[in-house]
Design a binder for this molecule. Structure first.
Ligand code: WQD
Length: 339
């Protein structure tokens, strides 16, 4: 199939493009490079040994999106393009609502207008709010603690209502847990601009000496060792999950958790990373980060039952691949200041 991948130059998007190309699909990437780099497109092509079509566009712009749909026969859309930093969303809520929600509306409207029947949406476990773990797709969503999470809840709502009103449209909503790791080539991986918000890239930059010490945000949560528990999933497994969702997409709306079903604490992740990579990650215990929850991990029985997909890679390979990428990653971190 000919698939439009928005945000395809990003961390999860680029790994998914490679999985799509490997599965024999063709890929058109639309990305405004606001949080990704143009040379990732070349890396996707060199890893997959296939060409991709690339448009540097903002997918919240209806004119730009319609231009792509009018030039290509598109059989499916995977929509990754969105802002995703929680703290930033609290500072600039309107930017987040506009970018994340309008882009979803523009794309699903283009699918209706151009007769594209398959739409896969990149959602997040954040939509569950402070529900009881493990999170199950049928749960009532609780208010999230930030505008970023609300943009995902709103986008899901819009997609569900539009798909229910249009029998021709099939939608798969994928709720990610915590994607980490990198492609085994070490060529692509998580390379955030500036000081990383997420745990794993912060750990790899401390291990490499780019940053001095990891701040562990709180050790007074009700978890195994007091530090935050999350469901870390290898980005390659996540990419395979998208191909499975796309290729098995039938009419209607389908919501799936993409996680491993296992919870790992911050201290457990640090220990695993140090052991498998034979490096040290100095850290200090600090106060909680506003908006964080104690535990977040998935019930993954529905995706296994309906799509026959399970995460295959373990925590050690996540840590190993993340470290391999960091060691190869020559991007200089400009103006990195310790907080
Ligand atoms: C993981 C754990 C922190 C950094 C977010 C979004 C989610 C998804 C993934 C987009 C927590 C602790 C972190 C640090 C720390 N993004 N931590 N020191 O917050 O679970 O999820 O990113 O889709 O939607 O919510 O990920 O990696 O920031 O934090 O102690 O420097 O590590 O408190 O317990 P999070 P994270």
């Amino acid at each position: 199939m000919n698939i439009l991948v928005t945000g395809g130059a990003g961390y999860i998007g680029s790994h998914t493009c490679i999985a799509l190309l490997k599965a024999g699909h063709d890929v058109i990437i639309a990305d405004n490079l606001s949080n990704s780099k143009r040379d990732t497109i070349k890396k996707i092509e060199s890893i997959s040994k296939k060409e991709v079509i690339f448009y540097e566009v903002d997918v919240s712009c209806e004119k730009s999106v319609n231009n792509i749909f009018s030039k290509h026969i598109i059989q499916g859309v995977i929509h990754f393009a969105s802002f995703k930093a929680i703290g930033e969303s609290v500072q600039n809520p309107l930017e987040y609502y506009y970018n994340n929600v309008v882009s979803t509306m523009v794309l699903i409207k283009a699918c209706e207008n151009f007769g594209v029947g398959k739409f896969v949406f990149s959602s997040s476990a954040t939509v569950y709010g402070n529900n009881e773990v493990p999170f199950v797709e049928s749960m009532n969503l609780l208010p999230t603690t930030n505008p970023y999470g609300e943009t995902k809840v709103m986008s899901e709502r819009i997609l569900i209502d539009v798909a229910n009103s249009n029998p021709y449209l099939s939608v798969s909503i994928l709720r990610y847990f915590n994607p980490v790791g990198a492609h085994e080539s070490g060529l692509i991986g998580e390379s955030p601009n500036g000081v990383p918000n997420n745990l794993m890239p912060y750990i790899t930059q401390v291990a490499k000496g780019k940053l001095k010490k990891l701040s562990v945000f709180g050790d007074d949560y009700s978890t195994i060792d007091g530090t935050g528990v999350r469901d870390y999933i290898h980005v390659l497994d996540l990419a395979d999950g998208h191909v499975a969702a796309l290729e098995n997409l039938i009419e209607g709306v389908h919501i799936y958790n993409l996680g491993t079903g296992k919870g790992t604490s911050v201290l457990e992740l640090i220990k695993a990373f140090e052991e498998v990579n034979l490096v040290e990650v100095p850290y200090q215990i600090c106060g909680r980060r506003p908006g964080d929850i104690d535990s977040c991990f998935a019930d993954v029985s529905k995706v296994a039952r309906e799509l026959g997909w399970r995460a295959k890679r373990d925590l050690l390979s996540m840590c190993r691949d993340a470290w391999e990428f960091e060691k190869n990653n020559q991007e200089i971190c400009l103006n990195v200041s310790e907080e």
